[in-house]
Design a protein around this ligand. Structure first.
Ligand code: LLP
Length: 418
């Protein structure tokens, strides 16, 4: 359920015509629906009403301050993976007591920043990180609450680049070896062992891998308890998929039902780190057709958004629906939608049947709210697009379009370069 709908063949975001915003802010731009974001957050959060839980929005999926603020206002916490994300969430007003910090390569400065900010939980991913965190916490005279991120070796059946819980992946500590690491961490003066975390992958379209991982984790928790290491937090990560095309991912209530069923009788606080399922279908990328051209082999629509704006098709071969902002009623063609970047990998859609586009037409690239803007870059010296949020009949730019001056900010030509 989202709020990007047609009225008389004109695409609207809530009550605002997309074409009007394109005229006023220019193209390309990312467009988010406040109502959709709020509803999707609520759909996840309320599905777990039956148990003690905390929904920590995964900031990497969409990191704009306005979006972070919206979820903080709904009582949400944040799942962060860098000092930069910590900076953002604190600026947006997220309660530090609701922040969890994952990632295999946290630097000492980042650990220190997070400790000083009094975050809830460090999801530590290696023996060396455990030692490093103990040391930094000792220096600051603080105790760091930790969860060990375990790798349960469960196949999430998703794209290999976004599978994280297989034994060949770099993430976490092998679940069979984790108890030994817990025992060592429990003996360190500046750590408070309080959780277990696990994240097996992203864009999962079935519930069973989540449940398989959960069962393995619960088994380990009872072993830890028996060994005198009580666990309070169980962080199950994110990963629930969305429909980009014809996928049929489980509804949040189905996902939550299966998890709650497996956790029945446990005395744990469940932490969730959803990203895509909340923002994925809450945002679109609006672009304008610059030219069209046909070779003997193919038709191309060349648009003003490119792989630097939306990297997912180039990187994962992922699918985003292509729609007209104003349906023209033209015949259908099979075409590639490509950007101006000098790479063959610069495409937003390939060999897709669509109503023909003409120069000047606006195009909506759907389901771009997650890992869209947050993965964008300045490749080919392209200023990043602006971001816009609609609430009912109002809209606001929530990140300005970058300028050429922004592109060279911080660059220095030293004296020895003549
Ligand atoms: N927690 C951890 C530890 C993660 O690594 C991730 C995503 C999440 C939570 C959120 O997962 P979600 O609920 O959004 O599936 N750029 C890729 C996705 C990378 C996901 C990385 N980790 C894409 O565009 O599909």
């Amino acid at each position: 359920m989202d709020h990007f709908n047609y009225q008389n063949d004109e695409l609207y975001c809530e009550a605002v015509p997309v074409a009007q915003m394109a005229r006023e802010v220019g193209t390309p731009f990312y467009l988010y629906s406040h109502a959709t974001l709020r509803q999707h957050f609520h759909a996840i959060d309320s599905s777990f009403e039956g148990i003690d839980h905390l929904t920590c929005f995964s900031v990497k999926s969409s990191a704009n301050l306005a979006i972070l603020k919206l979820f903080a206002g709904q009582g949400g916490g944040a799942d962060i993976v860098s000092g930069g994300e910590l900076y953002r969430v604190l600026k947006a007003g997220v309660d530090p007591a609701k922040i969890v910090y994952s990632g295999v390569g946290k630097r000492a400065e980042e650990l220190e920043y997070a400790l000083r900010s009094n975050i809830l939980l460090f999801n530590v991913e290696s023996a060396q990180e455990i030692s490093a965190l103990d040391k930094v916490a000792g220096r600051l005279g603080k105790k760091a609450r930790i969860a060990i991120r375990v790798n349960p070796d469960v196949d999430p059946k998703t794209h290999p680049y976004i599978s994280t819980g297989l034994k060949e992946n770099k993430f976490g500590i092998d679940i069979r070896e984790a108890p030994g690491h817990y025992a060592r961490a429990a003996g360190l003066a500046n750590l408070e062992v309080s959780g277990v975390s696990c994240h097996i992958g992203s864009q999962l379209t079935r519930v069973s891998p989540f449940v398989d991982a959960l069962i393995k984790v619960l088994r380990m928790i009872s072993q830890l308890t028996a060994d005198g290491i009580p666990i309070r937090y169980l962080d199950l990560g994110g990963g629930l998929g969305i429909a980009y095309d014809d996928e049929e991912p489980p509804h949040p209530t189905e996902y939550a039902g299966a998890i709650q069923e497996a956790m029945r009788g446990e005395n744990l606080t469940l932490i969730l780190e959803p990203g895509r399922v909340i923002v994925g279908n809450g945002g679109i990328l609006v672009t304008k057709v610059i030219y069209s051209k046909s070779t003997r082999e193919k038709n191309f629509f060349i648009v003003d958004a490119a792989m630097n704006d939306l990297m997912r098709p180039a990187l994962y071969g992922s699918y985003h629906r292509i729609q007209h902002v104003a349906k023209p009623g033209r015949p259908k063609v099979v075409a590639d939608v490509v950007g101006p970047i000098c790479e063959t990998g610069d495409f937003l859609a390939r060999q897709r049947e669509m109503e023909a586009f003409e120069p000047g037409d606006l195009m909506a690239v759907m389901s771009a709210g997650a890992y869209g803007f947050s993965m964008s870059s300045n490749y080919n010296s392209r200023p990043r697009a602006c971001e816009v949020m609609v609430k009912e009949d109002r809209y606001a730019v929530i990140r300005e379009r970058e300028t050429y001056e922004d592109l060279i900010r911080g660059e220095i030509i030293p004296d020895f370069v003549k």
